[in-house]
Write a protein that binds this ligand. Structure first.
Ligand code: 5GP
Ligand code: MG
Length: 192
């Protein structure tokens, strides 16, 4: 489908599923080479709900031993970029002493992965890396600078990125608009 309508908004085709799958191949290959010789199976931590479909695709391409876990978080910016994380569902595996790969749908401001990483280290994780389907580098860099200036926080770029995209609002392949649109196999961008 070239165009879709969700509630009051119109979206147009942005990334075809076949292109997305090529990007997933690439990111899974990188994980396979980096984790080939790890001593203990890392935990692949799917951040619900957005990352469900991406995690499934990555998992099917992984050829090292790995444990699948899920976690649900919600982040919001308070006043003066004082980001907060609400843990709606704690990780389903004990992360203490473990290597964890956060599997996210999209990294936008970077707040969610920053706070989620902090929480995982607080729970005793040994090393936490981030694998994301989509990444908005322009937004991330701006927010990274601001977080450092205002709070001395050091945002780290996601280590594994399937695709970089500009600062537009997108839906599909797990990503929602008001909880709808996650079901589409292609990715759509707001059509204005
Ligand atoms: P961040 O904390 O990096 O700003 O954003 C992370 C969360 O915001 C993502 O996990 C996702 O839920 C939501 N988000 C950011 N950009 C988009 C977008 O373009 N479309 C949708 N549907 N959600 C987004
Ligand atoms: Mg998300």
């Amino acid at each position: 489908m070239e165009k879709i309508q969700i509630l009051d908004k119109r979206f147009k085709l942005f990334i075809k599923n076949s292109d997305l799958m090529t990007a997933v191949d690439y990111v899974a290959q990188k994980l396979n080479s980096d984790y080939a010789s790890c001593d203990e199976p890392p935990i692949m931590l799917c951040i619900l709900n957005g990352s469900l479909m991406f995690t499934s695709e990555v998992m099917q391409r992984i050829d090292f031993d790995t444990e699948l876990a899920t976690m649900k978080v919600s982040s919001y910016s308070g006043t003066k970029s004082n980001g907060k994380l609400e843990v709606i569902m704690a990780p389903t595996s004990d992360v203490k002493g473990r290597d964890v790969i956060i599997v996210e749908d999209i990294v936008d401001t970077g707040l969610t992965i920053f706070e989620t990483k902090k929480e995982l280290y607080r729970l005793g994780a040994h090393e936490v890396k981030v694998c994301t389907m989509l990444y908005k580098p322009e937004k991330f860099e701006a927010c990274k600078e601001q977080a450092y200036k205002e709070n001395g926080e050091e945002y780290i770029e996601p280590e594994y990125v399937a695709m970089e995209i500009p600062n537009d609002f997108i839906v599909g392949f797990g990503l929602d608009y008001d909880n709808l649109g996650r079901n589409y196999k292609d990715i759509y961008v707001l059509d204005e």
